[in-house]
Design a protein around this ligand. Structure first.
Ligand code: SF4
Length: 490
């Protein structure tokens, strides 16, 4: 039986990465490169749709970007100077080929492709209503409601139809869309999910424009950063340039704070803040808040590394690579026997015994979700001879599930939702455990303490303060109603 990431299911997962390019000679190749840079935002499937001025072309597959687009014949079929692409990590709908984005439809006004990062929180109700009105869905994804809402709209232009659709959806989303006439980017009204505008070409040249989930996708294609797409903004890019539309009323942005802690690549800049610097700053604040006497600071690689560097610098305790990560662990695995599965964490992480032996260790990680991996890592570090193991976490306790495009377990399965910090320390086997406080997190990001009446970020997984209504979800914010149940109830 093939199963997915048996060693990696104790982390929240980013749902998706999106990429779009307009007016570039190698649009498909640039898109594949951009998607490669965004691979950390989704590894289960990838898709590209291009437009050559007359026809749309599409190529999608399950697996990594490098696996799907390694064949020159595949790339040669993706003709045109405009393209959008998508990396998928499934949070709604199974990963089967018909669920792989970009989605594409032929409308009366021409072809239209759309790729979505995020999650709609009223998709089930919308879908039920659309099915009642005769729509036939091809996938089990929330994103498909965009296609049907656009098809059902009575407005005449693509952009008006899209605005009409956006006014009906609720959720956290960044979209890139491609029509016969334009590349379109949209960021949800609170800007929970990221979207960035970039440009390729010298100032005196006709530019190519790109839309990306993270700035690391600009670097790889030699594009320059222009600006973040603003919360609630629609950018329409056509042969006349870039046009900005703001169809929603002004709202205070609530960007996802977990992007700084874990999701974004450390070389990206999110909403003006370099992620690497943010993580070091969070680590330094963590050291100020929860100092403990120890011999070495050891990150749980890779995501814990910058925070551990910040912790080490602030505390004056030496930074050491006491855990080594194996980068060659595949994304899928033939399900092993129980005995081998129990060794699972060692497939990804190995203890560096020469560093750990006899030392008092501060282990720095970015989050604790179920706690299963933390327990195994603490056990592994002890088995390698550490005399004490103190766990320090660069996020506040994850007490609530995310419904905005990050895959987290149901609330009942979140360790911090069920236990206080002392019990958690005992359960993972650490001598001590501490998390950065929510105010410490805000301070580390240069925001002062958290203003409870008007927080600067979405921090719902730490506070339960959900900024976007959870229409499809039960009142406790713990379980997503089944889309398939919703559909079968029609
Ligand atoms: S709930 Fe957490 S992970 Fe989800 S968008 Fe908000 S801060 Fe990000």
């Amino acid at each position: 039986m093939i199963t997915s990431r048996p060693w990696d299911d104790d982390k929240p997962h980013e749902e998706c990465g999106v990429f779009g390019v307009w007016n570039a000679p190698d649009a498909a190749a640039l898109t594949a490169l951009g998607l490669h840079a965004l691979q950390h935002r989704g590894q289960e499937a990838t898709g590209i749709v291009t437009y050559d001025g007359q026809r749309f072309h599409s190529e999608k597959g399950l697996g990594l970007v490098g696996d799907v687009y390694h064949d020159p014949r595949v790339m040669a079929g993706l003709k045109g100077r405009s393209a959008i692409g998508h990396n998928r990590y499934a949070t709604t709908g199974e990963t089967i080929l018909r669920n792989v984005q970009p989605l594409f439809a032929e409308f009366e006004f021409g072809g239209f492709a759309v790729a979505h990062n995020g999650n709609l929180t009223n998709a089930a109700g919308l879908r039920r209503e659309l099915v009642r009105r005769g729509c036939i869905f091809q996938s089990t994804m929330d994103s498909e409601v965009f296609i049907h809402l656009i098809a059902m709209s009575e407005y005449s232009t693509v952009v008006d139809r899209l605005i009409d659709a956006l006014r009906q959806v609720v959720g956290a989303y960044s979209l890139v869309a491609l029509s016969n006439e334009a590349l379109i980017g949209v960021r949800d009204p609170l800007g929970v999910r990221p979207l960035i505008l970039g440009r390729i070409g010298l100032p005196h040249e006709e530019p190519a424009w790109v839309l990306v989930s993270e700035t690391c996708a600009l670097e790889i294609i030699g594009a320059e950063f222009v600006r973040d797409v603003e919360p609630g903004e629609i950018v329409v890019i056509d042969d006349r340039g870039v046009h900005s539309i703001k169809p929603f009323g002004a709202a205070k942005p609530r960007f996802c704070v977990f992007e700084y802690i874990y999701f974004a690549r450390p070389d990206s800049v999110m909403d003006g803040t370099p992620v690497y610097a943010a993580r070091k700053s969070i680590g330094a604040e963590l050291a100020r808040e929860s100092h403990v006497a120890a011999d070495i600071v050891v990150p749980v690689p890779d995501s814990g590394v910058p925070a551990a560097m910040g912790y080490a610098t602030e505390s004056g305790i030496p930074f050491e690579l006491g855990i080594i990560r194996n980068h060659y662990v595949g994304r899928t695995f033939i399900e092993p026997t129980d005995h081998i599965r129990n060794l699972g964490v060692k497939l990804k992480h190995s203890a560096n015994r020469a560093i750990l032996q006899g030392r008092r260790v501060i282990l720095v990680d970015d989050s604790i979700v179920r706690g299963t991996t933390s327990r195994k890592i603490v056990e592994m570090v002890r088995a390698a001879g550490a005399s004490e193991v103190h766990m320090r976490i660069s996020s506040p306790p994850t007490t609530h599930s995310c419904f905005y495009g990050i895959d987290t377990p149901e609330r009942e399965k979140l360790l911090a939702a069920q236990h206080d910090v002392g019990e958690m320390a005992r359960l993972i086997g650490a001598d001590s455990l501490a998390f950065i406080s929510i105010n410490g997190l805000y301070r580390a990001l240069g925001r002062g303490s958290r203003n409870a009446a008007s927080p600067a970020y979405c921090d719902a997984c730490f506070t339960g303060d959900y900024p976007v209504p959870l229409t499809d979800f039960d009142k406790g914010g713990s379980r997503q109603l089944s889309l398939l149940e919703e559909i079968s109830a029609v």
